[in-house]
Design a protein around this ligand. Structure first.
Ligand code: B3K
Ligand code: ZN
Length: 888
């Protein structure tokens, strides 16, 4: 950790590197109490930067320099300069080799960045700037090199030695050590480097590519997890095929490896040919992983695999361009998941997540553009904005160009930039050039932060049979970007018009000669713009922003009857769901207001009727029914409030859930029993129809438990005791944990912990279910769980499972009026800051949203941020988030 104030880095200051590295030859000698890294770099002056030989400044942190050789000549300490972050040398010719040897300490690396140890194995995480903790290097993505890596370690403890590319050779070294040499022929930036040494088993398979090349696929795990790899392997093969079919992209090396590690700061990492994964994103089998976990594994395996083209073959010029690879790759993995499962349900889940969490980020102190202009610590910018909003931006290009035009653009992008480090502008340019379009205005999505608002009004002229929609767009003020200074976005609005019977009206805009379809995309490009449709025989009802065609906050003055009508008749599945959400929001906001005025709560029965109709319709996709039955979450209700009243929101939502449970209990019970019976009589399959069936079964159970019926309690206990899969068992546990049945709850928790005490990932679920329980006393339960022998702050999954779930999902307890939740979180952030800054900074997010709450809570939250700021030596990660959160 540095003591001086961390510096802000600006995109406008970007300069190409002074020197390039053509070849990187690394030798790692791994020992128990230290490791040695020898690097030989074949370098040259970057011709782009002109003549002359400026000093060569290599990045390096926490390295003990043992020796430096320039062009084969040993340098003495006076021949170079060392700082805590750099090694500076004066080259004497335009091409040269540089040899360094350093000593590092992976065995005490708790930040999980660079080379570190997890459950006894060595592994790496280099993105974004971790390679500089391994050796002195030009640790920036626009320096691309081939890599040869030799790893030497004890043979018994580390029988498996891996790095990027192909295995070239291996052999013994002395009595008890051995070595392996790997060569990666593709030039890559250092952030894609990986090394693994451990006692691992693997499952192996093969994939034949579209040009008939055979690729070996291996998934390495600790021996006890060898039975939990099949789902990831299946997902990998599906991803490889899908990328060939949908994007024409073929895998390039002869081998593709995935390694699962237990201590990992995020989900997974796309290192060339050697992906390293959080074990939670690889391991899945029916008995230990839920349906959601299976879907997450499938999506993350796909995401990392897709990076081989969108990220590795074509990489980022600098870290401001992070969304170039992340937004595009999220877009690609969403398309894959949509094709593997229900596309509408996937879209609903993505949008619900975006609207709840990304919109909140975009409205908070860390709001930034998809391509940020500045940062202090790049690790803080692996955000929902860069990933999810970035994916929406790519999705809008797809909507504007159509699938074929988009594919032409992506083909051109990959061809034109293969082997290069490029920018978001290069991506858009390829899309423009391949389609002959101008996306200049569209590019504002990359530079202007904040969620645009789009207010829509209508007018119908019965005599002229014209129907006009007027769109007014505006953008909020975000840090460093006043709202008034923001220019209009290009907002693609997919829409349709419904007649009184619910049929779609053919759409013809004024000036057009013929109608073109029943659903179409119009582009709103001005601050205020009116579109007039002709030949509209009756006042229609508009269905707007179908499929959520742009990441905006759209408003249209629908009344509740109109929303019910759209729920039933809209031909767009996403908008049917969204109409239900809007209806629920209106009803919940009414209840919130009643609670605030101290009035008795009265639920608008139209919501009951609407959800009853959905529940009774057996022709609907069951996953869709489950989504429609899910009321908007408390976090979303907070996000859309001016000033969020946490108590009223919780009370209103719980009241509505209970009313719905009682009012719909017969229908819920019927669907629960039918599906539970199927679960009992059919073997578990991780496929979308089965996911759908269990999703409906489980949401029905969670409603039914609110009725406190004894037969429901018995059913929950039976499901807990006899289920053959974690999806049913964990839901049963969760409903018991949230119930007033204390004995049954205690018993289930004890049985579960006993059965799964040896499975860390299942214990994470056990922690999460309890951390999320909104019953009173949440903080005390969490504090008690922190003392459990399976808990440790050193493991990021545990922190997320307990602390993250409490602060992020248990809002009524976290926001306790006495500030105890805030104090607890701040204490933990201070502690985490000392050994894992990335995790500390992530856990801080809930406190940064202080502006959303009442003045008493605001003061309490700010006081905790101040306390963190004053707590001593802050990592750049935590410093950046705290200081931006407290800035005016
Ligand atoms: N690219 C990595 C994220 C690295 C985060 C570094 N702090 C995972 C992914 O998005 O695929
Ligand atoms: Zn990614």
């Amino acid at each position: 950790m540095r003591t001086e104030q961390p510096k802000m880095i600006y995109l406008k200051d970007y300069q190409a590197p002074e020197y390039l590295i053509d070849e990187t030859h690394l030798t790692f000698e791994l020992f128990d109490d230290h490791s040695l890294v020898h690097a030989q770099l074949v370098m040259r002056r970057n011709p782009e930067r002109g003549a002359g030989l400026p000093p060569l400044v290599l990045d390096g942190q926490l390295l003990e320099l043992l020796s430096v050789k320039l062009a084969d000549v040993d340098l003495a300490p006076g021949d170079y300069q060392l700082t805590p972050d750099s090694l500076t040398i004066q080259p004497e010719s335009a091409t040269f080799t540089l040899d360094t040897s350093v000593k590092i300490h992976p065995e005490t690396n708790t930040a999980l960045e660079g080379l570190y140890k997890s459950s006894g194995m060595f592994c790496t995480q280099c993105e974004a700037e971790g390679f500089r903790k391994i050796t002195y290097y030009l640790d920036r993505p626009d320096v691309m090199s081939t890599f040869t890596t030799t790893v030497i370690a004890n043979k018994q403890a580390f029988p498996i030695l891996l790095s990027n590319g192909n295995l070239i050779d291996l052999g013994p070294e002395g009595d008890d050590r051995h070595w392996a040499t790997w060569e990666d022929p593709f030039k890559k930036p250092a952030y894609l480097f990986a090394l693994v040494a451990g006692d691992l088993w693997c499952v192996e398979d093969t994939f034949v590519t579209m040009s008939q090349r055979k690729v070996t696929l291996r998934i390495f795990v600790e021996p006890e997890n060898i039975d939990k790899c099949q789902h990831a392997m299946d997902s990998l093969k599906k991803s490889m095929r899908w990328d060939e079919e949908v994007y024409g992209r073929e895998y390039d090396l002869d081998i593709f490896m995935i390694v699962a590690v237990n201590d990992f700061n995020m989900g997974a990492m796309e290192n060339k040919g050697l992906n390293i994964f959080n074990s939670s994103a690889v391991l899945a089998r029916a008995e230990t992983a839920t349906d959601a976990a299976h879907q997450r594994v499938e999506a993350i395996v796909a995401h990392e695999y897709f990076h081989n083209w969108s990220g590795n073959r074509v990489t980022c010029r600098d870290w401001f361009q992070l969304s170039l690879k992340e937004g595009f790759t999220v877009f690609r993995d969403s398309g894959f998941s949509a094709d593997m499962n229900s596309a509408t349900v996937k879209r609903i889940q993505d949008v619900a997540y975006l609207r709840t969490h990304q919109f909140a980020e975009d409205a908070g102190p860390m709001a930034h553009a998809v391509r940020p202009d500045s940062f202090i610590e790049i690790s803080n910018f692996y955000t929902l904005t860069v990933y999810e909003k970035g994916s929406e931006v790519v999705g809008m290009i797809h909507t504007l160009l159509g699938a074929e035009g988009f594919r032409k653009g992506s083909d051109l992008y990959f061809e034109r930039h293969d082997g290069q480090a490029v920018t978001c502008d290069d991506f858009v340019k390829a899309m423009e050039d391949a389609n002959g379009v101008d996306l200049t205005q569209f590019k504002r999505w990359y530079s202007q932060a904040g969620t645009p608002r789009l207010a829509v009004t209508e007018s119908y002229d019965a005599s002229a049979k014209t129907y006009s929609l007027t769109f007014r767009q505006s953008a909020p003020t975000t840090p460093g970007q006043p709202g008034e200074a923001k220019k209009p976005f290009v907002i693609p609005v997919s829409l349709g018009l419904l007649d009184k019977q619910g049929n779609e009206i053919p759409l013809r805009l004024q000036g057009e000669t013929a109608a073109s379809g029943h659903s179409r995309v119009i582009s709103v490009t001005e601050a205020e713009q009116t579109f007039t449709f002709v030949d509209v025989a009756e006042q229609p009802l508009p269905s707007l922003l179908r499929g959520f065609s742009a990441p905006v906050k759209l408003s249209f003055p629908y009344n509740r009857d109109q929303l019910m009508f759209l729920m039933q008749h809209d031909s767009d599945g996403f908008n049917r769901w969204d109409a239900g959400q809007q209806l629920s929001v209106q009803v919940l906001q009414e209840l919130i207001a009643q609670h605030q005025k101290g009035e008795p709560l009265v639920l608008d029965q139209r919501l009951m009727t609407a959800l009853g109709t959905v529940l009774a319709d057996e022709s609907l996709d069951q996953a869709m029914v489950a989504e429609m039955l899910s009321l908007p979450g408390e976090a979303y209700l907070i996000e859309i409030s001016e000033v969020a009243d946490v108590d009223a929101i919780h009370a209103a939502r719980e009241f509505a859930r209970k009313q719905l449970a009682n009012g719909l209990s017969d229908a819920l019970w019927k669907r629960y029993q039918t599906n539970r019976e199927l679960s009992k009589t059919t073997a578990y399959v991780a496929e979308s129809e089965h996911f759908a069936r269990r999703a409906l079964q489980n949401i029905a159970l969670s409603y039914l438990m609110l009725t406190k019926r004894q037969d429901v309690l018995a059913a929950a206990i039976d499901q807990f005791d006899t289920a053959d899969n974690m999806t049913e068992r964990l839901t049963a546990l969760a409903v018991l944990v949230n119930s007033p049945f204390e004995d049954e709850k205690a018993k289930a928790l004890a049985v579960f912990a006993e059965n799964f005490k040896d499975n860390a990932l299942v214990m994470d679920q056990w922690f999460s279910v309890q951390a999320g329980s909104t019953l009173p006393g949440g903080l005390d339960r969490v504090k008690a769980l922190m003392q459990h022998s399976a808990f440790t702050l050193k493991n990021p999954n545990k922190v997320r499972a307990l602390i993250g779930a409490f602060a992020g999902q248990n809002l009524i307890n976290f926001h306790a009026a006495d500030g105890s939740g805030y104090r607890f979180l701040a204490d933990l952030v201070i502690e985490l800051n000392g050994f894992n800054p990335q995790i500390a900074s992530r856990q801080l997010a809930p406190l940064t949203r202080w502006r959303k709450y009442d003045s008493a809570r605001q003061a309490l939250m700010k006081a905790e941020l101040e306390r963190i700021r004053a707590s001593g030596e802050l990592s750049p990660d935590v410093y950046e988030v705290v200081s931006k959160s407290l800035a005016d």
